[in-house]
Design a protein around this ligand. Structure first.
Ligand SMILES: [Zn+2]
Length: 169
């Protein structure tokens, strides 16, 4: 009995996922004709569309304007808060490390993607390369990341902790 219920739930979930992924993929493909990268994303809560996003990196001269980030920003503006708990991000392609981290910061419940990092690599995008980079020692990176711990480095956190009116996140 419970197996039947579970499989019915799984089927309904798969149908819902397919519907929203189809929209994300449509946004991605439309974006190509509009001078953007081939990436689209949507944020959904309880079956309701909260926001959409498309890649606008080259159009906006913004290397962080990935579809997922754009959708997360729009969703937060739409709901008037800086977290997206209870919501799902559907994206046409596996989130890169930037977008995966943005999803964590946004406290999304779930992230669902269609194409993966290998598809992105075929398109000439660095998602897979960056995942491989994060798995390696930073000393091997082409970009230097240097820790220079000055005497007053912890000062901003002291100020933060002393600020009773702070908004924790
Ligand atoms: Zn990304």
């Amino acid at each position: 009995m419970s197996d039947t219920i579970e499989s019915a739930d799984a089927a309904a979930q798969a149908e819902t996922d397919a519907k929203w992924l189809a929209r994300a993929i449509e946004l991605a493909t439309l974006n190509v004709a509009n001078g953007g990268g081939p990436f689209g994303a949507v944020v959904v809560r309880d079956g309701e569309l909260i926001a959409e996003g498309q890649n606008r990196v080259t159009a906006n001269l913004d290397p962080t304007a990935h579809a997922e980030v754009t959708a997360i920003r729009a969703a937060c503006q739409a709901v008037g808060q800086f977290w997206l708990a209870g919501m799902t991000l559907y994206t046409s392609c596996e989130p890169c490390p930037l977008c995966l981290a943005a999803s964590l910061w946004a406290r999304l419940d779930r992230v669902v993607f269609a194409a993966d990092r290998d598809d992105a690599a075929r398109g000439g995008f660095d998602d897979r390369e960056f995942y491989e980079l994060f798995a390696r020692d930073r000393a091997t990176w082409g970009m230097a990341v240097d820790s220079v711990r000055t005497e007053n480095a912890p000062e901003p956190f002291d100020a933060w902790l002393e600020q009773d009116a702070r908004t924790d996140y």
